[in-house]
Write a protein that binds this ligand. Sequence first.
Ligand SMILES: [Zn+2]
Length: 140
Amino acid sequence: MGKPIIQTDAYPQKNKGNSIRRKIDLNKICMDYGVRVCSYKSAKKLLKEIDYDPYETKNPGISFRASDGTPVILFDSDRSDLEIRFTAAHELGHILLGHLDYRSKEKDSYPNYAELEANFFAISIITHDILQEYAAMTNI
Ligand SMILES: [Zn+2]
């Protein structure tokens, strides 16, 4: 996996309890779970393997299991940092919530309930980011 490509913007800050506040490190979670993360631009071979054109679908990201079994997240690196972070969290949600086996090849998508679950997963991470930022700003 090379250098981290999902923006984490960790900002350690000590509070009264001496603990360190930071955003959830999506790169570490992906590494710990063996998830391969690449931009569309650096994953042409993988995109060909699954016969997927992300520029045609305009999806900000996708997740799937590669032929060797590795879970993979691909994302559009031309989006904003926040979009990329939300997309990576959403796709990680699909992987950690066990959705990979329910991906429909024909429709290149997950069932609606899986999209809802992945959105809740991503929203919880972004909400955590916002609250950590607020806590760091107000020093509570
Ligand atoms: Zn999804």
